[in-house]
Design a protein around this ligand. Structure first.
Ligand code: NAD
Ligand code: UD1
Length: 338
């Protein structure tokens, strides 16, 4: 299939692009580089040996999106485009609602005009809100995300479910990601956040690289075995492969379906720090800090549905995740700028 990837130059999109090509698909990337750069696409081409058509354009721009659909016979869309910084979404909610909602709606409208019927969406475990119990199962009710970013994901899940219900041709797959970390084994593509990272693994790798002095561990008084927060960290290459399976599924089904993409195993902040130190033989000095507002104690997936229905299961270990995260960061000290 020829697959359009809005936001395909970003962290998850770039890894998914590689896996799509490995699986024999073709990819077209549309990205405005608001949180990425063209170098990421050059590196995808280097890894795959394939030239990737690239549109430097805003997915909210109907004319630019129309141009992509007119110039390429697109079979499916995997929509990564969106802003994702939780704190920033609280400061600039309108910017988040405009970009995240409008980009998806603009692409969906173009799909309709061009008779393209498969849409895969990057959702998030954040739609579960504060879980009443773990593991999280897709049938559990969605909760109240604590920030505008999370609400854009919940709103888009609802919009996409409505769109699929109203259009017999449309197939929508909502992928609820847990916590992607790691990088491609080549060390040529990886996560390259702007400014000081908000998320745990890029913070750890920047401490290891000497770009940041110490890690702050946000709270050690949660009701978890070591007191630090527990999450379901998943290797980004496993996550990327989940998109390839979701694409196959979308091509064969109509309507909308939701899948958790997680490993089913929760690790604490200190589990991650200790595994990183052990695997990479580097020091990660850290201080215990107060809890971060909006954080939950524990969040991990029940990934059984994805295994049963998609035939997908995460395969990489915590050690692989720590090794590949550091392999990327140590070879690219300043991300794509180095
Ligand atoms: P990312 O920021 O690396 O990638 C998003 C890409 O979209 C970037 O390349 C950015 O330049 C592009 N983009 C943003 N707005 C655009 C627009 N209007 N037009 C064109 N391009 C645009 O983020 P990521 O980590 O790769 O995440 C991909 C998607 O998955 C996002 O929607 C994110 O919210 C979602 N998600 C990510 C995580 C995570 O932990 N990384 C977890 C759950 C969900
Ligand atoms: C966060 C977002 C979530 C988003 C996800 C991926 C919040 C409340 N949630 O999830 O909406 O989908 O990122 O972008 O921001 N930690 C530290 N020190 C740090 C950074 C993190 O101790 O410097 C801890 C956190 O308290 C948490 C764990 O590490 O227990 C993971 O944090 P993070 O990587 O930010 O992911 P989430 O909070 O799960």
């Amino acid at each position: 299939m020829k697959v359009l990837l809005p936001g395909g130059a970003g962290y998850i999109g770039s890894h998914t692009c590689v896996e799509l090509i490995n699986a024999g698909h073709e990819a077209v990337i549309l990205d405005n580089f608001s949180n990425s750069c063209a170098e990421a696409v050059a590196r995808i081409e280097e890894i795959t040996g394939k030239k990737i058509p690239l549109y430097n354009a805003d997915a909210c721009d109907p004319e630019a999106v129309e141009k992509v659909f007119s110039e390429n016979k697109i079979d499916a869309v995997i929509h990564f485009a969106g802003y994702k910084a939780v704190g920033e979404s609280c400061e600039k909610p309108l910017m988040y609602y405009r970009n995240n909602l409008d980009s998806a709606l603009t692409v969906l409208e173009a799909m309709k005009r061009h008779g393209v019927s498969n849409f895969i969406f990057s959702s998030s475990a954040t739609v579960y809100g504060t879980p009443e119990s773990v593991p999280l199962v897709e049938t559990m009710p969605t909760g109240s995300p604590t920030n505008p970013y999370g609400r854009t994901k919940l709103m888009l899940e609802q919009i996409l479910t409505d769109a699929a219900a109203a259009d017999n041709n449309l197939s929508v797959v909502l992928l609820r990601y847990f916590n992607p970390i790691g990088a491609h084994e080549s060390g040529r593509i990886g996560e390259d956040p702007n400014g000081i990272p908000n998320n745990l693994m890029p913070y750890i790798t920047q401490v290891a690289a000497g770009r940041l002095p110490r890690l702050g561990v946000f709270g050690n008084d949660y009701p978890t075995p070591d007191g630090t927060g527990i999450r379901d960290y998943i290797h980004v290459v496993d996550l990327a492969k989940g998109h390839v399976k979701a694409l196959d599924y979308a091509a064969e089904h109509k309507g909308s379906e939701i899948f958790n993409l997680g490993t089913g195993t929760g690790y604490s902040v200190l589990d991650i720090v200790n595994a990183f130190i052990k695997v990479n033989k580097v020091d990660i000095p850290y201080d215990i800090k107060p809890r971060r507002a909006g954080d939950i104690a524990e969040c991990f997936a029940d990934p059984a549905k994805a295994e049963k229905v998609l035939g997908w299961k995460a395969e990489k270990s915590l050690e692989d995740m720590c090794y590949d995260s550091w392999n990327w960061q140590s070879k690219n000290k300043n991300g794509y700028k180095s």
